[in-house]
Design a protein around this ligand. Structure first.
Ligand code: NI
Length: 394
């Protein structure tokens, strides 16, 4: 099966390039993927694959049924949204939507899943079970399209016993892939703190509650959560990327605003760390007569790759690509809303290399010059269909 599937994936290459370039030229922001979803639907129509669209706005969920469709279901997921970045590449497929760019490769993920759909539809007489294809909105934006789709029932009727997702990875060359079982990506919670003091004349601090001085202590105090409260064996990051308050050398302002992010790899510790953040902030503020208003909206959980599912997928990748083209990945402090699926079902989130040996296409994701070696598309589509076929007992 491997050689014929590889040949089919190679034959699909012009289609994969066409789809990826179309999506790359027409990027849409999170939860606004209307044309992208319509494009996905039209490609599924061409393949004769049934789907439901408009889920949570722009989500598309399709089913490919093999023999004995009730036996087992697995899910394959792609995200569809782009980023508010002005593309700086000059290619024939540069973004035509000013200020919006597929700088995280979600155009690649969507094309690879459409390619895998084409291959699986061809092979549907050869596997037993059902493949659920999830084209997801809003990966880049809280609360994450995955969390909304799960609430809308995407993991039911039929319920997949495993879910797989891929992501572009410029650190590896096209034609290779990377896996990590167990903890892989961090949780990410956004933290918004307003410190309310009492403003006044800078020369008369005794008549004020200076929120800038209190903010400095809050930031320093909160670093204790990382250095003294967290287990050194479990990575934790707390960064405040924004502090805003005041406007003149001689005026003490009324308020200061802090915005930051907490990253962890353990869901129990994540909850505990957020409780520490709230408690330390409130108590430092109270000690100096200021008031803390703390807002921490639900963020993305940490991503845990089920060890058995991931080791199995890794061995399928070795069979398909050759062992020398399958690499181990490091822990990653970035977050990914695929993690929501892994709270409900066994998941495997893996990487496909997108750079070219010799140093081309090495710009990182979320960069205005990010691009890929399109060789990666057939690897992505071919391997994803192969993993699905093997997971369903082919
Ligand atoms: Ni991404």
């Amino acid at each position: 099966m491997i050689e014929t599937l590889k040949a089919r994936a190679a034959a699909l290459r012009p289609e994969l390039v066409r789809m990826r370039r179309h999506l790359h030229q027409h990027p849409e922001l999170s939860f606004q993927e209307y044309e992208t979803a319509a494009f996905v639907a039209s490609e599924l129509d061409k393949l004769g694959i049934v789907y439901e669209k408009g889920i949570c706005g722009t989500g598309v969920v399709a089913l490919i049924t093999g023999r004995n469709p009730g036996r087992k279901c697995i899910a394959l997921r792609a995200d569809m949204d782009a980023l508010p970045i002005e593309e700086e590449n000059e290619t024939e497929y540069t973004s035509r939507n000013k200020g919006v760019m597929h700088a995280c490769g979600h155009d690649v993920h969507t094309s690879c899943l459409l390619g895998a759909a084409a291959l699986l539809q061809e092979y549907r007489d050869q596997f037993e079970g059902t493949v659920k294809l999830i084209f997801q909105p809003g990966e880049e934006k809280n609360p994450g399209g995955a969390s909304l789709l799960i609430k809308a029932g995407v993991l039911e009727n039929p319920a997949p016993s495993a879910i797989y997702g891929l992501h572009v990875y410029p650190q590896l060359p096209a034609g290779t892939t990377g896996f990590r079982s167990g903890q892989y990506m961090a949780s990410a919670d956004e933290i918004y703190i307003t410190i309310k003091g009492k403003g006044g004349h800078a020369a008369l601090p005794q008549q004020t509650v200076d929120p800038i001085a209190v903010a400095a202590m809050v930031i320093t105090g909160l670093q204790q959560v990382v250095s003294r409260k967290s287990n050194p064996l479990s990575p934790t990051v707390l960064t405040f990327g924004k502090i805003a308050g005041g406007h003149a050398t001689n005026v003490i302002p009324n308020t200061v605003e802090l915005e930051g992010t907490l990253r962890t790899f353990d869901e129990d510790w994540r909850r505990e760390a957020l409780a520490h953040v709230k408690q330390i902030t409130s108590q430092i503020c109270a000690a100096y007569g200021a008031e803390a208003i703390i807002d921490i909206p639900d963020g993305y959980p940490s991503l845990f790759n089920d060890p058995e599912t991931t080791q199995q997928a890794r061995s399928f990748a070795e069979d398909f690509l050759g062992a020398d083209r399958v690499k181990d990945l490091d822990l990653r402090m970035g977050a990914e809303d695929f993690a929501f699926y892994t709270l409900h079902t066994k998941g495997c989130f893996y990487r496909i290399g997108t750079s070219r040996n010799g140093g081309q296409y090495t710009q990182p994701v979320h960069n205005s010059r990010f691009d890929i070696d399109e060789e990666a598309l057939q690897t992505g589509a071919g391997l994803m269909s192969y993993i699905a076929l093997r997971a369903l007992g082919c």
